[in-house]
Design a protein around this ligand. Sequence first.
Ligand SMILES: Cc1cc2nc3c(=O)[nH]c(=O)nc-3n(C[C@H](O)[C@H](O)[C@H](O)COP(=O)(O)O)c2cc1C
Length: 384
Amino acid sequence: MKRRSFLKIAGSSAVIVAAGATGWGLTRTPTAALAPWQMAGAADYADPRVRALSYAILAPNPHNRQPWMVDLSAPGEATLFCDLGRLLPATDPYSRQITIGLGCFVELLRQAAAEAGFRLDVTPFPDGEDAANLDGRPAAHMRFVEDPATPRDPLFAQVLARRSNKEVYDTGRQVASSTLAALAESVGPTVRTDGTNEGPRVAMLRELTFDALKMEMFTDYTMMESIELMRIGKREINQNPDGLAFGGPLYDTLHLFGLMTRESLADETSIGFKQGVAMWEDLMMSAMAHFWIVTPGNARVHQLDAGRAWVRANLKAAELGVGLHPLSQALQEYPEMDELFAEMRRQTEMAPRETLQMFGRVGYGPPAPRTPRWSVETRIQGHS
Ligand SMILES: Cc1cc2nc3c(=O)[nH]c(=O)nc-3n(C[C@H](O)[C@H](O)[C@H](O)COP(=O)(O)O)c2cc1C
């Protein structure tokens, strides 16, 4: 949630003044949780696979669960598994979105490997797949093949600048059709993309995304999934550098004084909950364009492809200086969402077998902060 919303809760409360006045606020950045952004590509990582992985862990992924675990026991290879303790069973019952996040990871790994002169040969789900559940089988097997002819990817220049930009966008600034076209061109051939910057269609999609967001927030078990993944304040964020992080002096202070707790945010009648809904409305209603990614089916490989495409578009957005923010609620497969899910498919003109894999808003907003990550060392096994 945004600072602005909680400023309204705290008002001119003396606690904020006190926090600023003591300088305590200056020490509230969760430095440890952000360290992986600094460490990416460090020369300390002697093994080129680990160096490439130190970039891949910066990939976008649902609720910042970072569901990746990589086995490096075979030299020159890497096997990607899903950490099954990091699923989102309420909002992502078939782990479609978790798999998309793994696809984002694979694409950044490929780009980082190419920078170092390695071609990444990827075999998706080498031991087969289950459409309903992810299981202990690998999501991808990857071979690092030294090949000086491997082209570098120009999008990789944006790997540290890329964000899911969750700020309010400037409603006075249009998103040009050429910008949407550039996003579409960046994704590669495995997916279809579409988008719109036409006023009436954007207005309708703003409403639809907000309706879906409210459905998630007013459905107990889906809201609780988010609440349980909230990390409020520096201590919680550094302890668990994943999930939904609310960091910085303001949140620390509100938390310290009991003004922002998981209990109050779960209570529909609380000011915190209402401010949360209002904050999301501001975000949805500031969309100046929408952009989405479609695959011809919904096999696991389609989901990986969608993730690879999404992170490419996200890197392109960073290059163009435009914000891109996934809004997944209306794409989610739980019964309470069925009607809005169908409406979203209608509005985005899905053909019968096509799957709407990713949908986001586009616009110009203030720069977004980096989000926490577990260090690369914690995501690797079988490496001496
Ligand atoms: C498949 C997928 C779905 C996502 N859905 C949402 C969403 O509905 N709302 C949202 O605010 N962010 C969404 N995100 C963005 C993640 O929250 C974000 O990637 C994560 O917190 C890490 O932040 P970063 O991308 O800025 O590094 C999604 C990301 C992925 C890959």
